[in-house]
Design a protein around this ligand. Structure first.
Ligand SMILES: [Zn+2]
Length: 382
């Protein structure tokens, strides 16, 4: 069915869920937990599943119902996207209320919680109650990096669908087929984004995103001493900001176009009965924009990670091709001048940076301490 086509390299999950959709009446499962690494497509899968459940032909992708779900505008499907580190108890209470009302247009009421791992125990318990006594036509879909991120009580109430990270070749193939990207660029983008589909597509389609990535790497290999490390941290933050602005702008325009298409509006004139839908979209986008800088910094961390994976892979004599072939000389120099132990320490510092950002440590501080780590571990320009 067409609705699954956006998903990449997840045949097992699609098989499992489409069987459920086709056989809705036998022992329907109301609560789901979709887990997988960032970029594996958890929320894309959740949206596709919701569309397939609501569609009278199990997810054609073409009917008004499918289009509304895919544009996040279906009145019986709600998706909680949070810009906060922690999902508030009030947000979950509202979802429970929404779920308790019967479906208005579709066959089900469906609630999707992105980042369900961001709930405190108390908030999880509010949700747990709803999961324990599900309404007949209500479906809950929780998304999280792994099942271990959820409370055991929630885990035991939900059925887990596990997504994997697609391979570099699969991502490249998607970019080539769907977006018409040339093979070489598609492969390079997939490799540089480390299989993160959305990130790979941006790199493949935007020369500016590619140049920001290159600039990030050049900043990192240009660090000489403490004062240049501090200046680099500042420039990296500025790059993350630029990147965040560009990517939210692109995404917002695409979403608006999708919503207009879902309602069959061709001339941008929004009828008054639909204004609140568009206002809702704008509010969601505003929320997301505050998160966009985080994502921009996360991309910087991903790029840094790719550089140190390359260095480590040379140090360990691995045969895999370098992710950053443009910087082969610099990578070789650093591999020779330091040790695998140092590269591993930097990779650890990168994951520490991620968790510090999650716990709201100031952005610049996180980047400064990472850049300083490079000097401490001997990664300095000659
Ligand atoms: Zn449909």
């Amino acid at each position: 069915m067409k609705v699954w086509q956006e998903l990449l390299g997840q045949p097992e999950a699609i098989e499992q869920l489409s069987r459920i959709v086709e056989d809705k009446d036998s022992g329907f499962q109301h609560s789901w937990l979709f887990t997988g690494p960032a970029g594996s497509g958890r929320s894309t899968l959740a949206r596709a599943f919701a569309a397939a459940l609501q569609c009278s032909s199990n997810g054609c992708g073409e009917c008004p119902s499918c289009k509304l779900v895919l544009a996040d505008a279906h009145p019986d499907v709600r998706m909680l996207v949070t810009d906060k580190v922690i999902i508030s108890i009030e947000e979950v209470r509202q979802l429970v209320q929404f779920a308790a009302l019967g479906a208005s247009l579709g066959s089900y009421r469906i609630v999707i919680i992105e980042d369900a791992d961001r709930m405190s125990e108390r908030t999880s318990n509010v949700l747990l109650k709803a999961l324990e006594e599900p309404q007949e036509k209500t479906v809950w879909i929780l998304c999280a990096p792994s099942a271990a991120d959820m409370l055991p009580t929630i885990r035991s109430r939900t059925r887990n669908v596990v997504l994997r990270l697609p391979s570099v070749e699969e991502v490249a193939q998607l970019l080539a087929q769907r977006d018409g990207v040339k093979e070489e660029l598609a492969l390079a983008s997939a490799r540089q984004a480390q299989q993160h589909v959305g990130m790979a597509r941006r790199l493949a389609l935007s020369a500016e995103a590619r140049s920001r990535r290159m600039e990030t790497l050049r900043e990192l290999v240009g660090i000489k001493d403490l004062s240049s490390a501090m200046a680099t941290a500042e420039r990296l933050l500025a790059l993350a900001k630029k990147d965040a602005e560009a990517s939210s702008e692109e995404k917002s325009q695409q979403e608006r176009a999708k919503l207009l298409a879902a309602y069959g509006i061709e001339d941008e004139k929004i009828p008054s009965n639909l204004r609140s839908e568009f206002r809702q979209l704008e509010e969601n986008q505003k929320r997301r924009n505050t998160r966009a800088l985080r994502d921009g910094i996360d991309r910087i961390l991903t790029d840094t990670e790719s550089l140190f994976r390359d260095i480590l892979s040379l140090q360990l004599g691995a045969a895999a091709p370098l992710i950053n072939q443009e910087l082969t000389q610099e990578i070789q120099n650093r591999a020779a001048q330091t040790s695998a132990e140092n590269s591993i320490a930097v990779l650890e510092a990168i994951s520490l940076s991620r968790s510090r950002l999650e716990s709201n440590v100031r952005d610049l501080l996180v980047l400064e301490s990472l850049c300083t780590k490079l000097i401490v571990r001997g990664f300095v320009a000659a």
